[in-house]
Write a new protein. Structure first.
Length: 312
C-alpha cells in the first residue's frame, strides 16, 4: 500500500511542478490543464471580456474614489507583472452601489486585456491596463473581490507624470521576485484625469491569471487614460522581455449588453447629488473606522495580518 501511495504522491508532485511557472505563451490551451477553473467551457464567466454593446442601468449609481497618498508601498516584480502592494490597514478605495471596497494592490498589463468593440472597428484594443484589486469592506456574504480597471492609450503628444513614479524604479526590480519600498502619491489624479462623471461598465467575471478564480466584480472605467509611447514601451518591454508578447490573457467571451453607468443619461442631477453625498459619507465612515482600528491595534500591540489576495 505504501509504495502505491508514494507513487501517487510523486505523480501529483511532478504534475504540480509541470504547471509552474505558468506563461502567456498559450494560456487558453495550457492553463486549464493545471487549473480547471481557467477553462471557459466549464466556467463561462471568465475574464477578460470584449464589450460589444451596453445597456444603461438606471439603478446603478456613481462611484466615489478616495486614495490617500502613502509614504511607503511595495513595488514588486513577480515575472508576470509589476504590482504595487499597499500595507495592512490602508483605508483607500472606492464605494459604489452600496458597497465599499478597500484597495490591496494594483498591477499592469500590456496590451490591455479587456477589449472594447463598443468603441468601433479597429479601436477596441487599448495599449495598457491597470487592474486595481480591492476587497469588500461591508459585504454580508464574506469578503468579495472587485477589480477596478483603468485602460490606457499611447499617444504622441502627452507624457503622464504619475506613471514616472513607477517607471523610474523598474530598473531596481529587474530580477524576478525583487521588491522595493517606494512612496506613491496622487493615485486619485488618475480619476481626476478621466472624467467628471466617472462612467463605468460592471461585469461579473474572474481573475485573469491562474487559478482564474471566479466571483469577481469588475468595474471598467469608460474613458481611457493617455500615456506617451515611450512610457508604454518601457512597461511593455519590461513585461515581455523584448519578445513583444506582453502579459495579456486573450479575451474569453463577448458581452453583448454590458451594464453601464452614465450619469448624464441614467441619473437625474438631484439623484446623482444624493448618491455622491451618501457615498462620501460611507467612504468617510470607512476611513474613520480604519484609523480607529489601526490605533486600537497599535495601542494593544496587536499585529493585524494582511488579508490574503489573489493577484490577477
Amino acid at each position: 500500500m505504501f509504495p502505491l501511495l508514494f507513487l501517487f504522491l510523486s505523480m501529483v508532485q511532478i504534475s504540480v511542478q509541470q504547471c509552474l511557472p505558468w506563461t502567456y505563451n498559450n494560456p487558453n490551451k495550457d492553463w486549464p490543464k493545471c487549473w480547471p477553473t481557467c477553462d471557459n467551457t466549464l466556467h463561462p464567466l471568465q475574464s477578460p471580456v470584449d464589450i460589444v454593446n451596453q445597456v444603461v442601468d438606471p439603478l446603478m449609481g456613481p462611484a466615489v474614489f478616495l486614495f490617500p497618498d502613502m509614504d511607503t508601498v511595495t513595488l514588486r516584480h513577480d515575472d508576470h507583472t509589476v504590482s504595487v502592494v499597499y500595507p495592512t490597514g490602508y483605508t483607500g478605495g472606492f464605494s459604489v452601489n452600496g458597497m465599499v471596497y478597500r484597495l490591496e494592490e494594483f498591477h499592469f498589463h500590456t496590451p490591455a486585456e479587456n477589449y472594447l468593440s463598443i468603441l468601433g472597428e479597429g479601436e477596441g484594443q487599448l495599449d495598457m491596463e491597470i487592474h486595481m484589486v480591492h476587497k469588500s469592506y461591508n459585504s454580508t456574504n464574506g469578503t468579495h473581490t472587485a477589480i477596478l480597471s483603468l485602460l490606457w492609450q499611447k499617444v504622441d503628444d502627452y507624457t503622464h507624470p504619475w506613471l514616472n513614479q513607477i517607471l523610474k524604479n523598474l530598473s531596481s526590480i529587474s530580477n524576478q521576485n525583487q521588491s522595493l519600498n517606494i512612496p506613491l502619491t496622487d493615485l486619485s489624479s488618475l480619476f481626476n484625469d478621466q472624467q467628471k462623471d466617472f462612467g463605468y461598465w460592471t461585469i461579473e467575471g474572474s481573475l485573469t491569471t491562474p487559478p482564474c478564480t471566479g466571483a469577481v466584480t469588475w468595474y471598467i472605467m469608460q474613458v481611457p487614460l493617455k500615456c506617451s509611447r515611450a512610457q508604454w514601451r518601457q512597461f511593455h518591454e519590461f513585461f515581455s522581455g523584448g519578445n513583444g508578447n506582453g502579459n495579456a490573457r486573450p479575451v474569453q467571451r463577448q458581452i453583448l449588453q454590458a451594464r453601464a453607468f452614465m450619469p448624464s443619461k441614467s441619473t437625474p442631477p438631484s439623484l446623482l447629488i444624493v448618491g455622491l453625498v451618501v457615498s462620501l459619507v460611507v467612504v468617510i465612515s470607512v476611513v474613520l473606522s480604519g484609523v480607529a482600528l489601526y490605533w486600537h491595534s497599535k495601542k494593544k500591540g496587536i499585529d493585524l495580518a494582511r488579508p490574503t489576495y489573489e493577484r490577477l
